[in-house]
Design a protein around this ligand. Structure first.
Ligand code: DLL
Length: 448
């Protein structure tokens, strides 16, 4: 194993960095490490994965042609479709005897994506997750509830191993049975929680129904991810659960949660780029885009043994920022996921991301973060309807007052996003809650 022992896990300061030798490298040192690992991984997949050997041969490329990390642009891309076409084990590089675990990504259409991990892969994953937790301020004294789903989804077990690696106490609550969870939060004095932002809100709502306030629990840190969320949503969760909320990002194909994580500065999420090399490309031209510009995130796994991937196109849209952060880390930062190149809605020619609609909704105090966006086509015209719950204190039996609120949201959506949307106001509690990843969009146009 070439990863280092925890360096500062015992301290109680908030600026602790789990592995400074990997999180605070100079750019030259990082590029040297990445170059070395890239050469090794390209050689490894060339000799162990028929799919990559074929692709490289078609491009007249040999492992010897790759010298530095900058040569990555010579390599072929990998897509979700490639994983489907090679289902289940076609992209696995290690022999079955070395695989100790398999996860599968949910995938709404077609076959799931199967990802096999060697023991070393699980070790790296635990290490990178421990870096995230440490960056959020978690210490060995914390008791941490993992309320991501356990099972084929990488959220539960990924976070579980990370908490253990850091040395905090893990409580594997998983999803479901929220009342029991709340009881454990109180009785065990649980101080940290990892779950989707949707579930965090559901938890807050259930607590409120039970008459339990944030002062009755002891949560101080939340590790939220697996779905897009906004700063408005962050503020809401922090207020209702009485904790500090951090973003954690990842995807099964690349490892699971822990690919990137916020620090206390919260200006983007640091990518564990010694293991997952990021590129940002224009989805159409496939050419690189610069710092600060929006593009599609692409990852090359630099150390994975089970299923290494070259230039995997995530479809996630974000920005990258190089340069040292005020927290002391030098690892490149990615912005919030603004959407996926495949879930951008084009409404009468205007590009709209669900997260933009969420931001508009939450900028108005009347509305709760529970909403659905329904897109349809009438004749040749796209229509968009936003169904949104009112907060209980604003839900009144007064028709003109309700109409005014509706108009307010319609106007704000028009002025901020240049779309004219229909709005349905719903009573509190009427939209189905999600315990895992929330779904906010129904696009009926795809069904025709
Ligand atoms: O969602 C892994 C994960 C678990 C990440 C727990 C964070 C916390 P998948 O099921 O393969 O893996 O889904 C990956 O989810 O490509 C993004 O579109 C989205 N996603 C994950 N984290 C975030 C985040 C897990 N923090 C897909 N913000 C990714 C926005 C996220 N989107």
């Amino acid at each position: 194993m070439n990863y280092l022992l925890p360096l500062q896990a015992q301290t109680n300061t908030h600026t602790m960095i789990w592995n400074p030798s990997k999180e605070c490298m100079s750019r030259d040192e990082m590029m040297a490490l990445q170059s070395k690992r890239l050469r090794k991984i390209v050689n490894y997949v060339y000799h162990n994965v028929q799919f990559y050997r074929n692709k490289m041969q078609v491009m007249d490329l040999r492992p010897d042609d790759i010298h530095t990390i900058e040569d990555i642009q010579k390599l072929p891309f990998t897509t979700k479709q490639d994983l489907r076409d090679n289902y289940p084990f076609g992209l696995q590089a290690a022999p079955n005897s070395e695989i100790v675990r398999i996860h599968a990504s949910s995938g709404t259409t077609g076959k799931p994506t199967i990802v096999g991990y060697t023991r070393k892969d699980i070790g790296v994953w635990s290490e990178v997750f421990a870096r995230c937790l440490s960056s959020f301020g978690v210490t060995r004294d914390d008791i941490f509830s993992v309320a991501y789903g356990y099972g084929l989804f990488t959220g539960g077990l990924g976070a579980h191993y990370g908490v253990e690696q850091l040395g905090a106490t893990v409580v594997p609550t998983s999803t479901g049975n929220t009342e029991k969870h709340i009881r454990l939060l109180q009785d065990l004095g649980i101080t940290g929680i990892a779950c989707t932002p949707s579930y965090a809100l559901y938890l807050a709502e259930t607590m409120e129904k039970l008459g339990i306030t944030k002062d009755d629990i002891h949560l101080r840190i939340g590790a939220f991810g697996a779905e897009p969320w906004t700063d408005k949503m962050r503020a809401e969760i922090e207020e209702r659960l009485g904790l500090k909320a951090y973003n954690i990002y990842g995807l099964s194909e690349v490892t699971g949660p822990g690919v990137s994580y916020e620090c206390e500065v919260q200006h983007g999420s640091h990518i564990n780029e010694d293991h997952f090399f990021p590129e940002l490309i224009d989805s159409k031209t496939l050419q690189p885009v610069g710092d600060g510009e929006v593009g599609e995130l692409v990852f090359t796994t630099l150390s994975k043994e089970g299923m290494p991937l070259l230039r995997y196109r995530t479809k996630d849209l974000t920005t990258l920022t190089h340069g040292q952060c005020a927290c002391g880390r030098t690892n490149v930062r990615m912005g919030r996921i603004m959407g996926r190149s495949d879930d951008m809605l084009i409404i009468r020619g205007i590009n709209v991301f669900p997260s933009q609609i969420e931001s508009v909704i939450l900028s108005l105090e009347e509305f709760a973060p529970q909403y659905m966006i329904i897109v349809d086509r009438q004749g040749l015209l796209d229509t968009i309807k936003v169904q949104v719950e009112l907060r209980p204190e604003f839900f009144v039996d007064d028709f003109p007052a309700m109409e005014r609120k509706k108009k307010l949201l319609i106007e704000k959506l028009r002025s901020v996003l240049s779309i004219s949307a229909q709005v349905d106001l719903l009573p509190p509690g009427s939209i189905e809650r999600s315990q895992g990843k929330g779904n906010h969009v129904i696009d009926n146009r795809k069904l025709v």
